[in-house]
Design a protein around this ligand. Sequence first.
Ligand code: BGC
Length: 768
Amino acid sequence: MNKTHIISSFILITIILFTSCNQKKSDSFDRKVDAILSKMTLEEKVGQMAQITLDVIGNGINRHASNEPFAIDTLRIRKAIVDYHVGSILNTTNNYALPPTQWNEIISFIQKVATKETRIKIPVIYGIDAIHGTTYTDGAIMFPQQITVAASFNPTNAYNMARVTAYETRASGIPWNFSPVLDLGADPRFSRQFEGFGEDPYLIVKMGEQMIKGYEGNSDSLQSPYKVASCLKHFLGYSVPISGKDRTPALIPQNNLIEYHLASFKAAIEAGAESVMINSGIINGASVHASYEIITKLLKQDLKFEGVVVTDWMDIINLHTRDKIAENNIEAIKLSINAGIDMSMIPYEYESFCDNLVTLVKKGEVKESRIDDAVRRILKMKMKLGLWERPVTNIKDYPDFGSEKFAHMAYESAADGITLLKNNNNILPLSKKIKVLVSGPNANSMRAMNGGWTYSWQGEKTDRFAGKYNTMLEAIQNEIGTSNVKYVPGVSYIEAGKYFEDEENKFNEAIAAAKTVDVVILCLGENTYTEKPGDLNDLTMSTNQLRLAREISKAGKPVVLVLTEGRPRCISSIEPLMSAVVQTYLPGNYGGDALSDILFGDVNPSGKLPYTYPSYPNSLVTYYHKPSEEQKRAEGAYVYESDYNPQYEFGFGLSYTTFEYSNLKISNKEFSKSDIIKIDVDVKNSGERLGKEAILLYTSDLYATITPDVKRLRRFNKISLAPGQIKTVSFEITDKDLAFVNTNNQWVTEPGEFEISVGGLKTKINYK
Ligand code: BGC
């Protein structure tokens, strides 16, 4: 045996041992779960399937109006956990972040009741939405939202965000996180665009896989007190309703659903994700919470998902009250449990859910085997998390909570994602010796930089919690000195109003001040929102903000437009007036620092757009559109051309240096099934600054039996290059990467020519 053989045999044996060890562990979980299940009454089993919101066991809602602090009501908690055997609790109290010590107290109390006062002593599983950091814990590190992380094209940022969030969520005593969002961000109107990784299916897969690793670790590390169970959401096809408005019907052809929406969930399930949340909406006429096809057939059978399927907020009741497909709540429960739901996020009236489900089983309308399947999944997740051994954690064991080390990772993610979209005459980076006017409603707002799901659901309480971090204005003042910075908002949000309401605030003063400085830094975009409250009637940027941009530009000073927004608001009417445009998306608590480091050249921007930035609200097309959506000039009487007119294309982003691509080489022009095609390209930093470049590899199927996408992202890699440095970047693809889903809903790679393009270089390959 030579050395290579010895090494590969060693690796093989290790893999076999690891796999068989994990198998044994899983078998032992199954045996323990079965032993518990066999002792449970029907009522106890049904209780495990119930999830309630924290306020149900507290001293009433809207306490903050009266300043009464949250306390658990002992009668209410005992009714829920002892009498009704409720197995899960979610959310914060009264939509408000709590300190970690208070979280520990709350969860300790809940677990004491569950593990000491109930007959069967099963710990409760607590769940939360910690979607860009531990949302509802005061002092936790807030990363940028997923959309900024996507723009970094660096999956390490996704991993770091999830790892830190897992640690800090667990430090709060909470072991289950309703994250990541793996929905396809194909519609810029949707109010939750920022919660996802943008419009490209492959980018979402790569980012999503790292989130699962960050949350859950390897397959056996869920028992670690630093990991949480993840929850993939929202399965499936949530983000593209026809109207663009949350929880309204979507029409998605089955082949499209499989090709564009499913891949991210499939990859995350293969990466070991423990739970999945169901799409609250309606696709192709079917309320997803009642869809046996989607929940049982597709998710549990085809994808072999063995974890817990949880509803979204109130979505069983919604089958009756909203969607009108069930005449009453009992019918709604029957439909959804039979469709394959394991746990109901009820979240208030748990008594009727539990009583009705017990009745349905007794009447034979829901099989007890279905209940057993659900409870088995729930108990196994609790067991994997080690909740019997450690029902609650202690903040003292988490010295890194809120640490500098974690803060740095959040800063890095923001700095790596912020995207330079325009830079006329290299106006950026700015000299530190100039005088600037900072203006716009987002300039001095921690709220605007964080987006929804920050300290509260809609993010409206952020400024109260995030005082110690720098707004964009404060960071710019730190960078060049307060005396060199004038601040006049010009326009401000109406904080007590709807998220989209803004008003003039020293409008004329702002315009006057523009004349007295060297450069204007104009911070526009959106205030915070999510879900239904974030629905939108017009994708164009607000009238007041556009007017401010127009008027301020008349001063004749260069204007640097800084965008901070959860979705790309159309700016085509003012964009030509701007000297530079910087997209920060929602960069989180360290976004101000990252932005100012970029504006003044301490950091070279390297983000690229993870979506197509539209010019007009009626021209919303993803980059992977069909050739007919981008028609070239036609001959003859009917002369027409290009409907495809984005403001900025997917994958676009500038740097303070330049990169040159050359020597695109492929290992073989002809290939057949399973052949690996190796693609090499040289990338040179041809400018004078150190810079990072995300190299994006696209393929185009030139002809196919259904009209092909103009191109699709297949690989990417972000590298750092010193001035003058050249690196050869290599990628590998196979026929599988070139497949699409045909009208029979099958993945196929059809013979014929494909084009490969990287950094503007192109070559063709032929599949036989
Ligand atoms: C959202 C989910 C979230 C859940 C629990 C719902 O309204 O759609 O994404 O996980 O609430 O807070």
